[in-house]
Design a protein around this ligand. Structure first.
Ligand SMILES: Nc1nc2c(ncn2[C@@H]2O[C@H](COP(=O)(O)OP(=O)(O)OP(=O)(O)O)[C@@H](O)[C@H]2O)c(=O)[nH]1
Ligand SMILES: [Mg+2]
Length: 192
């Protein structure tokens, strides 16, 4: 089974940090295939995408997951359309800081529009919400973030991506979510 998971979220929310650290952790467990591909600007901002392939078995099924990020910078937004093509599930990386409070709603609206152009409904796709930057002194309480950032009422995970906290958990959660949805729609088997 081949799956495509895209990490989206506001500019500088920590999408690339998640995917880079996830790659390192999964590689050390022997569940990656090939290299980590990254295209960055001089300031370490995502220019196009970061991506890698994770490959593992659940029960008796081989699963290949392509993991990608979107670029957060405004001038690069048109690229998101290409990256989202064929997406099976999404991780919404939220910057928990008060300073970035208002951006999350905009990101959801824009992402929904990008997906709609391709015939997807953001609110019907498997999604996991990651509240990142929980270490910041101005991190908002989860109860304040939930009404805006989790309109799905889906599973959420708290994270400090550079420290690796919540990174693998988020990935596990989205894979589980996609597989569970497939079972519910009769197109897959029960994940363990
Ligand atoms: N304190 C703190 N800093 C973080 C956390 N996650 C990411 N950062 C920092 O935030 C900055 C941006 O992280 P990136 O992973 O590049 O963010 P991005 O979402 O990929 O950014 P764009 O690709 O430009 O949209 C970097 O300096 C990270 O080290 C976190 O949990 N806590
Ligand atoms: Mg990035």
């Amino acid at each position: 089974m081949k799956l495509k998971v895209v990490y989206f979220g506001a500019s500088l929310a920590g999408k690339s940090t998640n995917v880079r650290i996830l790659y390192e952790k999964l590689r050390s467990r022997g569940v990656t295939k090939g290299d980590y591909i990254s295209m960055e600007t001089d300031e370490n901002r995502t220019l196009f995408v970061e991506m890698f392939l994770s490959s593992f078995r659940i029960e008796d099924q081989d699963i290949d997951v392509k993991v990608l990020t979107t670029p957060g910078q405004f001038r690069l937004h048109p690229l998101r359309k290409v990256i989202m093509k064929g997406v099976d599930g999404l991780v919404f990386v939220v910057d928990s800081s008060k300073e970035r409070e208002n951006i999350n709603f905009l990101v959801l609206r824009e992402t929904a529009a990008v997906l709609k152009e391709q015939g997807y409904d953001l609110y019907a796709l498997p999604v996991v919400v990651q509240y990142n930057k929980r270490d910041l002194p101005d991190a908002l309480p989860i109860e304040e973030l939930q009404p805006v950032c989790n309109p799905w009422g889906t599973e959420f995970i708290e994270a400090v991506a550079p420290e690796g906290l919540g990174v693998v958990e988020t990935f596990r959660a989205i894979v589980r979510r996609i597989l569970t949805d497939r079972v519910a729609s009769g197109s897959g088997r029960i994940p363990s």
